[in-house]
Ligand binder design. Structure first.
Ligand SMILES: NC(=O)c1ccc[n+]([C@@H]2O[C@H](COP(=O)([O-])OP(=O)(O)OC[C@H]3O[C@@H](n4cnc5c(N)ncnc54)[C@H](O)[C@@H]3O)[C@@H](O)[C@H]2O)c1
Length: 463
């Protein structure tokens, strides 16, 4: 099935690290996933994933013999030819990326490397331009600390490469098995050769697809983009900033549609038929969110500042996004006039369906604003409630375990996350327990005719 098997360490077992580790093990490599979080590692050893991600546990089970979990970075690195850094790079207060976890791992890898160990360190975390050099210097610093001889490994015995990740939460497993492209940034031919070999089964699509993730008919091979480290780092940020801007664009148009009486769904359908534009990422809604778009757009703007280069398009994209989140509050205000003392039920907490990730979720901003205006907020989500209780123990909301509990004596419902199950709720039953039959649809997800049939006042986005 594959040409060569490598010993690989993946550091960080979050959405990216766990999926990367399980995918590489599935392809035939010997993989150890390392994390500093002992609880996570204990859970993973028992075959359970600490995150909600469709098919991830099935992929782990398929690869069980080749996939190990550990908190011991040193021993794992010593046994590996390749390591991946997949730890978080959250935004700092000024919008730039916090590289402290990446730095700590880089030093740890340096300290673990044996003399002359030939090893490729791959930055898969999203890191700003120049992080490749930074990681290289820290690996060397770590190595010198351990070996205390003033000399690092021979230059060339380790190499730092960039391999940005493009998976989407909610479809991480299929995105990893059938990526649109693999990007490798390196200036070392020997390191590129190893990476090419590591990814060969993916690039050539020679593996037998697992039953839960069949190969899409159109996928015969995966394009490889080989470039320098700085271009690979820039490319990842530019991809996310572009997608975020496309959404902000259609949201801005949606606002105009509301003002002039047009329907943004029709507008998007019409412009999306143009091949140069395309339909994807043209759904108007409550705004983009999640762990990547906001932080990566901010980090790119921040890199621009660092190089004294303004990025007004991206700044506008962020502005439109923030304004969009609050448009829901304006619609509620318009329907209810007074928000103080009202009970508002939010359908969905996660930033998108099929994930429990709440990072930069629009729901959080909407909750904050509603509470500020004196409303009582009740929330429902098919999977994200445990993650929400864990991450935000003091969130001033009441959790509802089903739609009936969410709607009980509510003045309005707001659809925040377009979970498929929200399309098939029993509107008549909900209407009977609500104080007022009002729905604000932040994703244009609901069946408007059905809602009209059940005498709901409906406000969508841009229509
Ligand atoms: N989540 C996505 O959809 C996505 C997609 C593409 C790229 N990325 C990028 O990938 C990176 C990781 O994102 P994520 O969402 O997987 O993060 P995450 O927060 O889900 O996971 C990070 C993991 O790293 C571990 N960790 C932190 N410090 C560590 C250390 N010193 N040693 C070992 N483990 C450590 C944490 O315990 C955690 O398990 C980020 O840079 C992100 O921007 C994320």
């Amino acid at each position: 099935m594959y040409t060569k098997s490598f010993h690989v360490t993946v550091v960080g077992t979050g959405y990216v690290g766990l999926t990367t580790g399980a995918t590489l093990a599935f392809l035939g490599h010997e993989v150890t996933c390392v994390d500093i979080d002992e609880e996570k590692i204990a859970l993973l050893k028992s075959g359970k994933a600490p995150i909600y991600e469709p098919h991830i546990e099935a992929l782990m089970h398929e690869s069980a013999g080749r996939l190990r979990f550990s908190t011991d970075l040193k021993n794992s690195i010593r046994d590996s030819q390749v390591s991946f850094i997949t730890v978080g790079t959250p935004p700092k207060a000024d919008g730039s990326a916090d590289l402290s976890a990446v730095a700590s791992v880089a030093k740890g890898i340096g300290q673990a490397l044996c003399k002359d160990q030939r090893h490729v360190i791959i930055n898969k975390s999203t890191v700003p331009v120049g992080a490749g050099n930074y990681v290289e210097s820290l690996v060397l610093q770590g190595y010198r600390k351990t070996h205390n001889n003033g000399h690092g490994p021979e230059m060339g015995s380790f190499s730092v490469a960039s391999n940005p990740e493009f998976l989407r939460e909610g479809s991480a497993v299929t995105d990893s098995l059938y990526p649109d492209r693999i990007v490798l940034g390196s200036h070392e031919p020997w390191a590129l050769e190893i990476l090419h070999e590591l990814y060969r089964p993916l690039l050539e699509q020679t593996f037998a697809p697992p039953a839960f993730a069949p190969r899409p008919a159109a996928v015969e091979s995966v394009p490889l983009v080989t470039t320098d480290v700085v271009s690979a780092e820039t490319l990842k940020y530019a991809a996310n900033a572009f997608l975020a801007t496309k959404i902000s664009f259609i949201n801005e148009v949606a606002g105009l549609c509301e003002a002039v009486g047009a329907d943004v769904s029709e507008v998007a359908r019409g412009i999306g038929l143009d091949d140069r534009i395309g339909h994807r990422f043209l759904q108007a809604g409550i705004s983009w969110g999640g762990s990547c778009f906001g932080k990566d757009t901010q980090a790119l703007i921040s890199t621009g500042h660092e190089f004294n280069y303004a990025m007004p398009i991206l700044e506008a994209s962020v502005f439109v996004n923030e304004r969009q989140r609050l448009s829901v509050i304006e619609k509620l205000q318009h329907e209810l006039k007074i928000l103080k003392g009202r009970t508002i039920g939010l359908m969905g907490l996660a930033f998108k369906p099929h994930t429990d990730d709440l990072r930069d979720s629009p729901a959080l901003d909407i909750i904050t604003e509603l509470v500020k205006r004196g409303a009582h907020v009740r929330v429902h989500d098919p999977v994200a409630i445990p993650a929400c209780r864990r991450s935000f123990p003091n969130l001033p909301v009441q959790y509802a375990c089903d739609m009936n509990e969410l709607a009980f004596e509510a003045d309005a419902l707001v659809l925040v996350t377009d979970w498929p199950e929200y399309r098939s709720v029993d509107w008549e039953a909900l209407g009977e327990v609500m104080k007022r039959r009002i729905v604000i649809d932040g994703r244009n997800h609901l069946d408007t005719e059905l809602l009209a049939e059940h005498r709901f006042t409906y406000r969508g986005t841009g229509r």
